[in-house]
Write a protein that binds this ligand. Structure first.
Ligand SMILES: [Fe+2]
Ligand SMILES: [Fe+2]
Length: 281
């Protein structure tokens, strides 16, 4: 397959090789003795968390279609990367549907109905969809945010529901990290002449996310709907991680990285999953 680049210029994309059916079969049920051991409140919170995460993973398809409508503007390498990315995100959608079904008892048909009612709106995030370069920087921002968010959820939720569900959490963390790395590779290979723009663009992306107030079903910036779940310096630290990955700055300290997924607001045992639970934080 020709990617429209000389072979020496081809970025190296990675993809983790795992099969959903091997990890979490379609009809999987969490063993009752595992459910009995789940700490109080964790099961209910996990249902709430999944009710959002399932669909935001599914939104990858609409973002992909939206971007590919402008395929002529994009490099062949970018399109190739995006195809791998979509495969993974679709697998995440299926994985979370299975997880949601066996944790919350919501049927696939109910999820289909819920998903069909969504109305994605790309207008509020138009600024980050400007071109391939802004898309890649936004993708790095989004994916590294998901890495730390899933890492926390793995510790607080996935790990309590047995080996299969725990492994799903691990795969999510690893795949989102790979998406982050692939976007970085492409930026460094094809867009190195624009890397000087990255710090200012990241500042704008973070500002945009903070001003959105809600998630518009467009895959990007889904953390806009749950900023109360992250420490106040979350965006500043992930921006540092991105800049370090692109050789534009120093990597944050180990302590700052740990705070991204271990921080809990004062007065709480785990990070609240709903805004009303977080009131007063
Ligand atoms: Fe994902
Ligand atoms: Fe991802």
């Amino acid at each position: 397959m020709s990617l429209g680049l000389k072979s020496v210029d081809l970025p190296h994309f990675s993809q983790n090789n795992w099969t959903l059916d091997d990890v979490l079969p379609l009809d999987y049920a969490v063993p009752p003795q595992v459910l009995e051991q789940v700490p109080s409140g964790v099961h209910e919170n996990f249902c709430t968390l999944l009710s959002r995460d399932v669909y935001s993973e599914g939104d990858a398809q609409v973002l992909y279609d939206h971007i590919l409508a402008r395929q002529a503007e994009m490099s062949a390498a970018f399109v190739a990367m995006l195809k791998l990315w979509l495969e993974d995100e679709q697998k995440h959608y299926q994985a979370l549907r299975r997880t949601y079904r066996c944790i919350a008892g919501v049927s696939f048909a109910q999820m289909d109905r819920q998903f069909a009612h969504r109305q994605p709106d790309f207008k509020p995030i138009q600024r980050v969809l400007r071109d391939e370069f802004t898309l890649l920087v936004t993708l790095m921002f989004d994916e590294i945010g998901s890495v730390y968010s899933y890492r926390r959820d793995l510790q607080e939720y996935y790990q309590h529901f047995g080996g299969a569900i725990r492994r799903i959490g691990h795969h999510l963390v690893r795949d989102e990290g790979t998406h982050f790395g692939n976007a970085a590779e492409l930026l460094q290979t094809v867009h190195d002449h624009r890397l000087y723009e990255v710090p200012e663009l990241l500042r704008q992306i973070s500002q945009l996310e903070q001003s959105l107030g809600q998630y518009h079903c467009s895959f990007f910036l889904d953390h806009a709907q749950e900023q109360y779940r992250f420490p106040p310096e979350f965006n500043a630290t992930i921006i540092q991680i991105i800049l370090a990955r692109l050789n534009l700055g120093q990597r944050p300290s180990q302590k700052s990285l740990q705070r991204l997924w271990q921080w809990v607001p004062t007065g709480h045992r785990v990070v609240p999953v709903r805004m009303d639970q977080a009131a007063g934080v």
